[in-house]
Design a protein around this ligand. Structure first.
Ligand code: PEP
Ligand code: MN
Length: 366
């Protein structure tokens, strides 16, 4: 036999071994999928360090008894990689069974409100002041927005503030003002609900209930919102992973309320030049993984005014269905987030800019 034909034969043998390995891997992942499903039913974590150590022990024991023994550390590396991938595989399988997952068979979800839609192709704009401070302020802010075509009015009546001594919001009076001004102008109200005890009150006045970044993991609140017949705008926690944000949305969906928008509002990083870091990959991934409309809050992501137009464009290019921003008829006098609120001239210009950006995004990217 020539050296060439010996090599050829060995390669053929290796090819056959590869196929046997593949067959074993296929069976391995089939079993992993079944174990994952059982663990999900039993509410057990997919990763189990003790079980992995036990399995590795059995493998190394069998290796020690084999005449063709391989170095233990090499074998351990190979199997640890298989175990790690198998845990990840269980996670992916579990994600695909979520109600909000694209795999659920449902198409892109569109939220239909009295004065417009969020999702379904055309970029929506949610705008208004950080906080409702009074009728005059709210009207002078909402009117130019409505005249420019904005249909969704935001404004906080219950404010989650870092300091207990900062303005906390007008509470019910703020809700009444939001409703009155929105009705007068033909707009829908988007406003935050801070706690379970306020859900009924806020739902009486609002068209969309917002869950703020600090409340994304308030599971009792999410459960109550799951049984509500009103759309929810769920903000991603400032330190939450994408998976945690999707699971928070699932909490609401599992209660029967499918009218959920996922909102990227920036995450905490080491950066100091912007208030948060706008995670645009999350926007693209939320669109890819879920059927939910995605909103990008450029104001809280940036904490400054000069970058909002560029980042609104970037958000739409990443797949956002709506852009949210804060504006105020007299920003310098604002009782909260004065630095990031646009004045009304800037706000109206931004509305036009968002429209122009939207027209540039190919429909296949929406
Ligand atoms: C808000 O939108 O008013 C707000 C407080 O935002 P966040 O929860 O993202 O900080
Ligand atoms: Mn704000």
């Amino acid at each position: 036999m020539t050296p060439e034909s010996a090599l050829h034969e060995l390669r053929a043998r290796m090819g056959a071994v590869n196929l046997r390995l593949l067959e074993s891997l296929l069976e391995y992942y089939q079993v992993a999928r079944m174990i994952g499903q059982e663990k999900d039913r039993l509410h057990l974590p997919h990763f189990d360090a003790r079980r992995e150590a036990e399995m590795l022990g059995e493998i190394l024991e069998a290796n020690a008894a084999s005449p063709a023994r391989l170095p233990d550390d090499m074998l351990a590396r190979i199997f640890k990689e298989i175990f790690k991938n198998s845990t990840e595989f269980m996670g992916v399988q579990q994600r695909k069974t979520l109600r909000v997952h694209r795999n659920s068979g449902a198409g892109d979800h569109v939220i239909t409100l009295p004065h417009g839609r969020i999702g379904g192709g055309e970029a929506a704009i949610i705008a208004g002041p950080c906080s409702v401070e009074g009728r005059d302020q709210l009207y002078k802010t909402a009117k130019p927005l409505r005249d420019a075509g904005v249909r969704f009015l935001r404004g906080g009546a219950f404010k989650p503030r870092s300091s207990p001594y900062s303005f906390q919001g007008l509470e019910e009076e703020g809700l009444i003002l939001l409703r009155e001004v929105a009705d007068e102008l033909g707009m829908d109200v988007v406003t935050e609900v801070l706690s379970v005890k306020d859900v009924e009150l806020v739902a009486r006045y609002a068209d969309v209930l917002q869950v703020g970044t600090r409340n994304m993991a308030n599971f009792s609140l999410l459960k109550v919102l799951g049984s509500l017949h009103k759309p929810i705008l769920l903000k991603r926690g400032m330190c939450a992973t994408m998976e945690e944000a999707i699971l928070a949305a699932e909490y609401i969906a599992s209660g029967g309320n499918n009218d959920i928008m996922l909102c990227e509002r920036g995450i905490r990083t080491f950066e100091t030049w912007t208030r948060n870091t706008l995670d645009l990959a999350a926007v693209a991934l939320f669109k890819q993984e879920t059927t939910l409309p995605v909103v990008v809050d450029v104001s809280h992501a940036l904490g400054r005014k000069d970058l909002v137009a560029r980042m609104a464009f970037a958000a739409l290019a990443a797949g956002a269905d709506a852009v949210m921003f804060e504006c105020h008829c007299h920003p310098a006098a604002a009782l909260s987030d004065a630095d990031q609120q646009l004045d009304m001239e800037q706000a109206v210009a931004l509305v036009r800019h968002i429209r122009d950006c939207d027209a540039c995004i190919p429909s296949s990217m929406k």
